[in-house]
Write a protein that binds this ligand. Structure first.
Ligand code: GTP
Ligand code: MG
Length: 203
């Protein structure tokens, strides 16, 4: 799939205010600063479509992007950023989970993980929660440019091994970097496949 048109639809403070769920939807979630907004920009060949920042806690609302007039990308606030007051963190987490759990049209969630970090409790808990809610998700490792090819391979193998201690089956896994566009074509192909499947099932 080639993205030829990507347009910002709007930022929404809660699920009830989001646009009608008329397109297959792909959401991007993960810890603050992991690279969710950057990944959306890479997939869309745009520099500033989704706002990014080197300081965590940049995205605080549910941001919709209409892609090729046929699918939505949804940039979600990150979790695990301790400098946001707890009350606000809990509120944002509540909004995000309500969106993920109850949004019709949500085709897949991409859970982003910084490839340099060991398995984090917050990511593990989030995966468990999605699985318990029956929300389909894939794992996307980010910032692969920060490691050598061998380190990437070792890290991902170790991560998968840890996951298999807990899960019977692994979710699809992608390795990406916005610096060298690694993983871009694989992800776009996967998104296209899933959205065609969704359309076929709903027609
Ligand atoms: P929040 O909105 O705060 O939850 O963060 P986010 O997950 O949307 O992260 P964002 O896309 O804003 O990126 C955070 C920082 O990581 C920025 O400084 C990006 O330039 C950097 N970054 C993102 N992806 C990559 C990558 O693949 N490689 C490298 N080297 N840096 C990256
Ligand atoms: Mg962001």
């Amino acid at each position: 799939m080639k993205i030829t048109e990507a347009e910002f639809t709007g930022s929404f403070t809660e699920r009830g205010k989001c646009p009608p769920a008329v397109f297959p939807e792909f959401a991007f979630i993960g810890r603050s600063n992991v690279g969710k907004s950057s990944l959306i920009n890479m997939l869309c060949n745009r520099k500033n479509l989704a706002r990014t920042s080197s300081t965590p806690g940049k995205t605080l609302q549910i941001n919709f992007f209409l892609i090729n007039r046929t699918i939505y990308f949804v940039d979600l606030p990150g979790y695990g950023y301790s400098r946001i007051p707890k009350k606000d963190r809990l509120r944002i987490a509540g909004i995000t989970k309500d969106y993920l759990k109850n949004r019709p049209g949500l085709t897949n969630v991409f859970l982003l993980i910084d490839i340099r970090l060991p398995q984090l409790e917050s990511d593990r808990r989030f995966m468990e929660w999605m699985a318990s809610e029956g929300i389909p998700f894939s794992v996307v490792f980010t910032k692969a440019d920060k490691l050598s090819q061998t380190q990437q391979k070792n890290h991902v193998e170790e991560y998968k091994r840890k996951l298999l201690e807990q899960w019977e089956e692994l979710p699809p896994v992608f390795i990406t970097s916005v610096k060298n566009k690694a993983g871009k074509e694989d992800l776009l192909r996967y998104i296209e496949e899933l959205s065609l499947m969704t359309k076929r099932n709903s027609s």
